[in-house]
Ligand binder design. Structure first.
Ligand code: GLC
Length: 421
């Protein structure tokens, strides 16, 4: 790639962030996702931080305006109505729960990790917004430790909560649900993008059934937890929270706050992460209701390094993914029965997960692998643009385009400029 090529792509990526900017928050992409999404916003903030540090903090500050009094930070904030999206606020029925209309579940807690990186970039600009955010981040992590914690393994209560909507890790729990009485509804996602790249109707019925169940229980944490039909411990959630918690403890030091509670969570999560290793040495989902591992090698499995856990076996799996795919890391291992190169979280490559894997590899000293992954991700975006996700074998772009988090990943990590900024 010539210098001009990558400078032009830097500009195109900044233009996407600006185009999807709605003031204090950024849409994942126009049309398909017309609201503020939780972890998308944290990636967007890290992208903005490469050229506008104040805008980066504003993204996170706006995100936390949606925090519920119990500490939960919703996965979608419905700032302004948009009839082009389903399921909207009328389906979630959370009116009296939070300060603004929102969904009733959370999403991967990457925010503290990016808050730390944004703060480190410019501590002077960050001190004030960080001081305001710090107790909110702690309250959110505390909510995870209270309501989504099984001996240090972080579980999800809805596939959307994990951010990997139709990953095979959820299959056994989804199959156990009989979505009786879910009623008629009209999906909107398949009006924007090809249905073969999206979750199936069987998945969708269960997504909506789970929303209806929790709504019927008034989104009360204790009531929802009782006989939870969908309860799967997730390597992505666990490694992300483990990492975010360490980052939050470092921020506590920077602010002169007490970190002892955070340190106790880090210890608990470290034990939980170890329990997510299956008998093949791979970190995968664990269905808590059945007491069974999924036995899936997904892109989440490679987040061990982000959580500070090394694994020669996962390194060998990573080399295999490099050999099998021109554009790794596939969200499901090539050759597994589940693999589908185009269907969302069952095969395609996601740039955000690649960046998290890459950050972890660097931290754990696996520099050659980190650089290989960065360079292949950069090639993918150079050849195929800033798509929602990509076919790992051909690089074909899939899902929505002009995608905020992919552009952010380019600016902050994949672009040759990222290292020197
Ligand atoms: C999809 C993704 C989820 C993401 C959202 C908005 O639902 O699976 O991770 O946050 O889209 O981009």
């Amino acid at each position: 790639m010539t210098r001009m090529d990558h400078l032009a792509l830097d500009e195109a990526a900044r233009a996407i962030l600006r185009k999807n900017d709605r003031g204090g928050y950024t849409l994942p992409t126009f049309g398909l996702y017309p609201y503020q999404w939780n972890w998308d916003s944290a990636f967007a903030a890290w992208g903005f931080a490469q050229f506008d540090i104040d805008r980066a903090w504003l993204e996170l500050t706006t995100l936390f305006t949606g925090q519920w009094p119990n500490g939960m930070l919703p996965h979608i904030l419905f700032h302004r109505p948009d009839p082009g999206y389903f399921p909207g606020p009328d389906v979630w029925g959370t009116e009296d729960k939070g300060p603004i209309p929102s969904s009733g579940i959370s999403q991967p807690p990457v925010a503290a990790t990016f808050a730390r990186m944004i703060y480190d970039k410019n501590p002077d600009a960050g001190r004030e917004p960080l001081a305001a955010l710090f107790p909110k981040l702690v309250a959110w992590h505390r909510w995870f430790m209270r309501w989504r914690n099984a001996d240090g393994m972080i579980f999800i209560t809805h596939p959307w909560e994990g951010g990997r909507d139709n990953a095979p890790d959820w299959d056994s729990a989804m199959q156990a649900i009989d979505p009786v009485g879910v009623g008629e509804y009209t999906r909107r996602d398949t009006a924007h993008v090809d249905a073969s790249m999206r979750p199936t109707k069987e998945d969708y019925d269960r997504y909506i059934w789970l929303v209806q169940r929790a709504r019927g229980l008034g989104w009360d944490d204790a009531a929802v937890a009782q006989d939870q039909p969908f309860k799967v411990a997730d390597p992505l959630m666990t490694f992300v929270l483990l990492r975010a918690n360490r980052d939050l403890a470092a921020l506590a030091d920077a602010l002169g706050e007490d970190r002892s509670e955070l340190d106790s969570w880090t210890a608990e999560l470290t034990a939980g992460a170890a329990a997510l290793r299956n008998d093949k040495g791979v970190f995968d989902g664990y269905n808590l209701n059945l007491g069974e591992h999924t036995n899936s090698v997904s892109n989440a499995s490679f987040l061990c390094w982000l959580g500070g856990v090394d694994s020669p076996q996962m390194l060998a799996e990573l080399h295999r993914a490099f050999d099998q795919c021109a554009y790794p890391v596939p969200s499901q291992k090539v050759g597994s029965d589940w693999f589908n190169a185009k269907r969302y979280w069952r095969g395609p490559t996601w740039a955000i997960v690649n960046m998290l894997i890459g950050l972890g590899l660097i931290d754990m000293g696996h520099h050659a692998e980190a650089e290989e992954l960065r360079a292949r991700t950069a090639a993918l975006m150079t050849q195929h643009g800033f798509a929602e996700y990509y076919d790992p074998l051909t690089g074909d772009p899939a899902g929505g385009d002009s995608f905020t988090w992919t552009a952010a990943v380019w600016l902050a990590w994949a672009s040759p400029s990222a290292g020197v900024q």
